[in-house]
Design a protein around this ligand. Structure first.
Ligand SMILES: *[C@@H]1O[C@H](CO)[C@@H](O)[C@H](O)[C@H]1NC(C)=O
Ligand SMILES: *[C@@H]1O[C@H](CO)[C@@H](O)[C@H](O)[C@H]1NC(C)=O
Ligand SMILES: *[C@@H]1O[C@H](CO)[C@@H](O)[C@H](O)[C@H]1NC(C)=O
Ligand SMILES: *[C@@H]1O[C@H](CO)[C@@H](O)[C@H](O)[C@H]1NC(C)=O
Ligand SMILES: *[C@@H]1O[C@H](CO)[C@@H](O)[C@H](O)[C@H]1NC(C)=O
Length: 365
């Protein structure tokens, strides 16, 4: 926005106090900013799980969650903002609100993500909003958008929009809930195919509604999160690492195949596996002091998932300076890590041979 337009907008904003006209209804302004729709798991959930019937294992709406930025717990599994919050800021959008409780204006975007969710219905069934139901909510939202804007304008909003999706991690943790030998009797390749197959179905549905521009994440190195460190319950480190690596190799291949089938389909991939592994193993290079232990939690490496004391274990430690840590709780990175990786995702030029763009380019076209 030019400085002049900015001033006009400010004036118009103040004018709304006196006369009923504003910048909000100006569709020229609206078209400038692609909307942002978000799906996925706890990496992206801004508080949808606050509104579902679940247990505290799938919630984070108590102190000290949220303290760094919001100063109150929002339901984000973090001390502050998440990747979609930073991306919205870089795209000059307002912070993208949670789908629950229902809001009225969906034209800048909305976030459907749910902590603990997977691409499979079976993953944490009954405790989360699975990807399939997030898509159901998206379809309802689309109807609302068409009702309010008309079919053509709604389609324009959806086709200019960017769709961010973080999914899969929970689908790969789930088979190890009881023991580590699941993939001695099941094929890794088949299981990954089913997870990515369900993700692909979802992409095709959004594409039919007009969606063209997508951002995906390669999975975090799940074998390196604090819960998986020695002395904690969540082990199966080798097995988790192995299946996550298969997923991270397969995802780009499937997306490339999809691109050849769906005309106009564009995408970007955030290398969260690389970004996190680098910071965990070499924290000082990125301005951190502690790469392995959680800032908030109990037990060895803060690997007992007790941050805030509401998940059955009431005692927990909280670090003095969260900015020094890569992990906030036993599973989830700090706001500072999210900020660094969001900047990279927004700006980074893909390596030679990688057929996708950074996020900034997706928002431009
Ligand atoms: C919420 O879930 C619990 C445990 O699964 C169940 O006993 C209870 O009836 C549910 N409440 C509602 C309102 O669905
Ligand atoms: C997932 O569950 C929904 C709702 O129960 C159902 O409509 C859908 O067919 C299921 N999807 C798969 C792949 O099983
Ligand atoms: C662990 O999983 C494997 C493969 O699914 C199964 O054969 C085995 O009986 C399980 N062991 C235990 C102790 O549950
Ligand atoms: C989606 O997941 C279900 C299991 O939840 C599986 O039966 C189905 O085959 C998957 N769909 C695809 C297209 O892979
Ligand atoms: C917290 O840690 C960050 C990063 O190491 C540092 O820049 C900052 O000064 C620290 N704050 C305090 C209050 O010590």
């Amino acid at each position: 926005m030019s400085a002049l337009k900015f001033h006009i907008c400010i004036l118009a904003f103040w004018a709304t106090l006196l006369i009923p006209s504003s910048c909000h209804g100006d569709s020229a302004v609206k078209k400038k900013h692609a909307a942002l729709y978000v799906f996925g798991d706890s990496l992206f959930d801004p508080g949808n799980n606050n509104y579902i019937n679940t247990t505290t294992d799938y919630k984070a709406n108590w102190s000290p969650y949220g303290e760094t930025f919001f100063k109150y717990p929002t339901g984000r599994f973090c001390d502050g903002r998440l990747i979609p919050d930073f991306i919205a800021e870089y795209a000059k959008l307002p912070i993208v609100p949670a789908f629950y409780p229902r809001i009225v204006d969906y034209t800048h975007g909305v976030n459907f993500a749910s902590g603990g969710a997977g691409a499979l219905n079976e993953t944490h069934k009954g405790f989360v909003i699975p990807l399939n139901y997030q898509l159901h909510n998206f379809k309802n939202m689309e109807e609302n958008l068409r009702h309010n804007l008309g079919d053509a304008e709604a389609y324009t909003v959806l086709s200019n929009a960017v769709y961010l999706i973080s999914i899969g991690g929970n689908d790969y943790f789930a088979p190890f809930a009881t023991n580590c030998s699941f993939f001695e009797t099941h094929s890794q390749g088949e299981y990954v195919g089913i997870v990515i197959g369900n993700l692909t179905n979802m992409i095709k549905t959004i594409y039919k509604k007009g969606g063209r521009k997508f951002g995906f994440t390669r999975l975090l190195p799940l074998g390196l999160v604090p819960t998986q460190r020695p002395g904690n319950r969540g082990t199966c480190v080798k097995e988790v690492t192995s299946i996550v690596n298969v997923h991270n190799k397969e995802l780009p291949k499937h997306l490339e195949k999809l691109k050849s089938k769906l005309q106009g389909f564009k995408y970007s991939i955030a290398k969260l596996d690389t970004y996190l592994t680098e910071r965990i193993n070499n924290p000082s290079k990125y301005g951190f002091k502690e790469g392995k232990s959680a800032c908030c939690g109990s037990g060895p490496y803060g690997g007992i998932y007790s941050c805030g004391g509401k998940r059955g274990v009431t005692e927990y430690r909280l670090c003095a300076n969260v900015s020094e840590y890569v992990f906030f709780d036993s599973f989830h990175p700090t706001e500072r890590v999210y900020q660094q990786v969001s900047k990279l995702w927004w700006n980074e030029t893909p390596n030679a041979g990688e057929p996708y763009s950074n996020l900034r380019e997706l928002f431009e076209v």
